[in-house]
Design a protein around this ligand. Structure first.
Ligand code: NAD
Ligand code: IPM
Ligand code: MN
Length: 349
């Protein structure tokens, strides 16, 4: 049987706690099956930065690059200046590995509690651009700390970058039953980038006549995510809008503890990276309070990406069963992170 190699970066805070459970479930679902996965764990994050000043050394990046996929927990720590680990580790991986499709599905599982009174059937995916936009770090500050300080963050949008993510979103929309794509931007204000996105969707859309195209300004999109989330099928949007919308999308579909994601290079020239949408949650870190379900569902996305569809379906099935048991009251009260992992591993094996 083939052996797949997986780089594991647990990271900071609850990242380490949820990753332990994700690996537990991965081990259980592959146990005795035809596929084998070999994992290499990388110690990156706050501990390493404090010890060595390193975020992601070139040599470590080169090693990670040789794996078939990456599983990441979360990065960021209150003891490290904000942005050091986020940019130096997480964003560096996304950029260096050219993971231009940040895939974030939102599905409201049956019985799962939502703050919405009448959500309908919620099943959409956000295709968030992963390598451009305001995230590139193009900007700077002048006269810092003075009354004349000027800070800029310039959003970079290239025809190449927008086209490839829009094309990916159309492909995904064409393969889904509802075949609907919504571009979310703000072209009434951000006219340079906005019109590039609009024209690109129009041009690529001509190649996908089966897909219905829709547009929303990002502010209005937040209204409809709350009042009528069932209208969405595939959303394509820029890096920053996608970041914000997907925390909201998580909140309406059972919470941030359930939201999974993939940073995908669809061309498969580099490894893709799977991680929960949430962060390191310093407020609950080290207390076994985090829900590992988002990390476990990220493993399902990883398995699907590697072509292990049966294993992916079993992980998803385990989560659906566990969520059903929570909804029915069969499972009640808070469970420790490891208890949820144990339950999911048992269901998936
Ligand atoms: P966060 O997602 O870490 O936490 C937001 C809230 O959600 C907190 O109240 C937290 O306790 C809760 N929460 C998050 N995950 C949960 C889980 N699995 N189960 C239960 N509750 C959960 O976002 P934040 O507070 O804005 O950021 C904290 C740190 O994480 C920052 O350093 C930030 O930069 C970083 N961050 C990293 C990633 C990533 O690695 N992909 C993502 C987001 C934020
Ligand atoms: C996420 C996070 C990251 C992002 C940060 C930590 C760089 O919020 O994965 O959603 O903004 O992409
Ligand atoms: Mn985010």
């Amino acid at each position: 049987a083939d052996t797949l190699s997986l780089a594991v970066i647990p990271g900071d805070g609850i990242g380490t706690e949820v990753t332990a459970e994700a690996l537990k479930v991965l081990g259980a679902v592959l146990d005795g099956g035809p596929a084998k996965v070999e994992t290499t764990e990388y110690d990156l994050g706050a501990r390493r930065w404090h010890a060595t000043g390193e975020t992601l050394p070139d040599s470590v990046l080169a090693e990670i690059r040789r794996h078939d996929a990456i599983l990441l927990g979360a990065v960021g720590d209150p003891g490290v200046p904000s942005g050091v680990l986020e940019r130096g580790l997480l964003l560096r991986l996304r950029f260096e590995l050219d993971q231009y499709v940040n895939l974030r599905p939102s599905v409201l599982y049956p019985g799962v509690a939502t703050p919405l009174a009448d959500p309908g059937t919620v099943d959409f995916v956000v295709v968030r651009e992963g390598t451009e936009g305001p995230y590139v770090g193009n900007g700077g500050a002048l006269r810092v700390g003075t009354p004349a300080e000027i800070a800029t963050e310039v959003s970079v949008n290239t025809a190449y970058g927008v086209e490839r993510v829009v094309r990916d979103a159309f492909r995904r929309a064409a393969a889904r039953p509802r075949r609907k794509l919504t571009l979310v931007h703000k072209h009434n204000v951000l006219v340079h980038a906005g019109h590039l996105w609009r024209r690109t969707v129009e041009a690529v859309g001509a190649e996908f006549p089966s897909v219905t195209v829709d547009y929303l300004h990002v502010d209005a999109a937040t209204i409809f995510l709350v009042t009528d989330p069932a209208r969405f099928d595939v959303i394509v949007t820029d890096n920053l809008f996608g970041d914000i919308l997907t925390d909201l999308a998580a909140a309406i579909t059972g919470g941030i503890g359930l939201a999974a994601s993939g940073n995908v290079n669809p061309d498969r020239t580099t490894p893709s990276m799977f991680e929960p949408v949430h962060g390191s949650a310093p407020d609950i870190a080290g207390q076994q309070k985090a829900d590992p379900t988002a990390a476990v569902l990220s493993v399902a996305m990883l398995l699907e990406h590697l072509g292990l569809d049966d294993a992916a379906a079993r992980v998803q099935g385990a989560v659906a069963t566990d969520l059903g048991r929570r909804a029915s009251g069969e499972i009640s009260g808070p469970r420790r992170t490891a208890e949820v992992g144990d339950a999911l591993a048992a269901l998936a094996s």
